[in-house]
Design a binder for this molecule. Structure first.
Ligand code: 6PG
Length: 245
């Protein structure tokens, strides 16, 4: 593998095509991880875009040999409509009958979120060796955030831990998130980016701007961005490694 494999940008005409391409990529990553190491360790993305992807992963992945983590969580309980866990449970974990023992949920309802973050880091690393994740699935916000690594927040400076609690004033929320060491250290990272409102942030991130997601996009390791034409509309022609239909 080249020292720093090129960033792959896969542009699709529709969300359905995008989700199909991303699902095939995740299935292949799962099969390879299980073949090579007996387990597939994946961190799921939150937000709404993954709702198009997760139902496509109900089949084609050996969930009995998969450990499911979450890139971040809102400081809410598991049944709260804002919960990333709840979204994944509805769209994937229950339909795919993922064994509960294989799902590592942030205890985001804990009154002490620092304790919850420490516990999550322990769960992420227990019985494992780095890289802690085979695949990190990420979204992108219009402000260039990913997971809960938001501009101007303390989580961006965390280098010695894999999981933190963080105040996100621009969202009026507390959050829990994996940090750069955890996400940049994954064997592979895939972004799912859809919609014109993401075009400016995606272009800035691909060009190496200092937005939070840029550090992950330009990490020393394979990164694939699955996006639709609207989200890709701000990319410069020199981003020639775009794979368009
Ligand atoms: C979250 C996510 C966050 C999300 C982006 C994109 O908890 O909200 O971790 O990073 O991926 O905000 O969200 P959409 O997919 O809803 O646009």
């Amino acid at each position: 593998m080249p020292a720093n494999p090129p960033l792959r940008i896969v542009v699709k005409n529709s969300l359905a095509e995008l989700a199909g391409a991303a699902a095939a990529h995740v299935r292949a990553a799962a099969a390879e991880a299980i073949r090579a190491r007996g387990r597939f360790r994946v961190a799921l993305a939150g937000g709404s875009t993954p709702r198009a992807l997760y139902p496509l992963l109900v089949t084609g992945v050996d969930w009995t040999r998969t450990d499911v983590f979450f890139g971040d969580e809102r400081a809410v309980g598991p049944t709260d409509p804002q919960s990333n866990y709840r979204m994944a449970r509805e769209t994937l974990l229950v339909p795919a009958q993922v064994p509960e023992a294989n799902v590592v949920r942030w205890r985001a309802e804990d009154p002490n979120l620092d304790t919850a973050a420490r516990d999550y880091e322990q769960a992420l690393t227990a019985g494992a060796t780095p890289p802690w994740l085979d695949l990190a699935l990420q979204g992108l916000g219009p402000d260039g955030h990913t997971a809960s690594l938001f501009p101007g927040t303390s989580a961006l400076a965390e280098e010695g831990v894999l999981a933190v609690a963080v105040d996100v004033p621009q969202m009026g929320q507390r959050r829990l998130t994996l940090t750069y060491p955890a996400l940049c250290g994954a064997r592979e990272v895939c972004f799912l980016v859809v919609g014109r409102d993401k075009a400016s942030a995606l272009a800035a991130v691909v060009d190496g701007n200092r937005l939070p997601a840029a550090r992950i996009v330009h990490r020393a390791g394979p990164v694939t961005i699955f996006c639709d034409r609207e989200a890709a509309s701000g990319l410069q022609p020199h981003d020639k490694n775009q794979e368009v239909p």
